[in-house]
Design a protein around this ligand. Structure first.
Ligand code: SF4
Ligand code: SF4
Length: 312
């Protein structure tokens, strides 16, 4: 069994409890405007181009049989993505590492080898393995095989998912998943479609089915100024959480602009307006306090949110 991954990150502390290894699977059916892992969108390996590192030596131009590379007026590499076949011939000749292939095919054993290396850390911290992406369920059989292997090794398992998948795929990995980190991106169906390219109805239906099936779920809500960071959406989060009594809780994830530069590396247009900034700590506290006042159980809320709740 093989699958496509683009990273294995050891010592992750934000993808579930304890110290974890996060495996990033390639491929995603959504196109969130605020995506911060654009290298996870496409299912195939992709060429990352960091023109700022280019010294203009032209070695890659000679290596590329497709004529996909050129230098611009500033003697920096530029790529014609329509011609690039992702053959991987150019990165090895680029000494300053301006070119890099992201994404590779790996067997379950190849992924599990580095994951199992940190067993002692997981044991000491209550950590384990998390599958992320992309969307892990874009490769349901591979995700399922990784989770089974982790479980067989006695590891805690978590899956970070948008929930946009066939119910059968979610149901299949459910018995081997200790924790679902389930995204809730936008309450308004029209805005959800506009922001992510997909409807939210199947995501909500899967969430309810997963909850009814007894899965442990943490609802994770990216909060994006000028997009979903508004009262109506917070009300929607509170309403949804209220319908799911066994939910572990809600975690708000404040937007950061890190993904914008990565988008350029992979040839995606920068879709977020420059005016969209990372929210300040006070805004994040306000959002958390608002949900807490509505009775939502919060996870990883910043200090101060609780005292605000307790206040007048
Ligand atoms: S090989 Fe690297 S440094 Fe040389 S021109 Fe190509 S991208 Fe630039
Ligand atoms: S990956 Fe292959 S086709 Fe694409 S630019 Fe590099 S050498 Fe050319």
């Amino acid at each position: 069994m093989t699958g496509r991954i683009f990273d294995i990150q050891r010592f992750s502390i934000h993808d579930g409890p304890g110290i974890r290894t996060t495996v990033f699977l390639k491929g995603c059916p959504l196109r969130c405007k605020w995506c911060h892992n654009p290298e996870g969108i496409g299912p195939e390996p992709q060429l990352s181009v960091m023109a700022a590192k280019c010294v203009g030596c032209k070695a890659c131009l000679a290596a590329c049989k497709e004529g996909a590379l050129a230098l611009n007026g500033s003697q920096k590499v530029v790529i014609d993505r329509a011609r690039c076949t992702s053959c991987g011939d150019c990165p090895p000749v680029c000494d300053p590492k301006a070119l890099e292939m992201v994404g590779r095919t790996a067997t379950v054993d190849e992924v599990m080898a580095p994951v199992l290396r940190d067993r002692e850390y997981y044991r000491a911290s209550g950590g384990g393995m998390t599958l992320s992406g992309g969307e892990p369920l874009f490769q349901p059989a591979f995700a399922g095989a990784l989770l089974k292997a982790a479980r067989a090794a006695g590891l805690h398992t978590a899956v970070e998912t948008s929930g946009f998948a066939e119910w059968a795929a979610l149901d299949q990995i459910r018995p081997d998943t200790d924790l679902f980190l389930y995204d809730y991106k936008e309450t308004d169906p029209h805005l959800h479609q506009a922001f992510t390219g997909q409807p939210n109805a199947p995501i909500l239906e899967n969430l309810r089915k997963l909850h009814a099936a007894g899965a442990r779920i943490l609802l994770r809500c990216p909060m994006i100024p000028e997009f979903n960071a508004r009262k109506e959406h917070l009300d929607g989060i509170a309403r949804t959480a209220g319908e799911l009594p066994r939910l572990i809780g809600v975690e708000l994830l404040a937007y950061h602009r890190l993904g914008s530069s990565k988008l350029r590396r992979f040839g995606f247009p920068t879709r977020m307006p420059e005016s969209v900034k990372s929210p300040d700590a006070e805004a994040v506290r306000e959002w958390n306090a608002y949900l807490a006042r509505k009775g939502v159980r919060l996870v990883n809320a910043p200090p101060g949110a609780v005292s605000k709740v307790a206040g007048p």
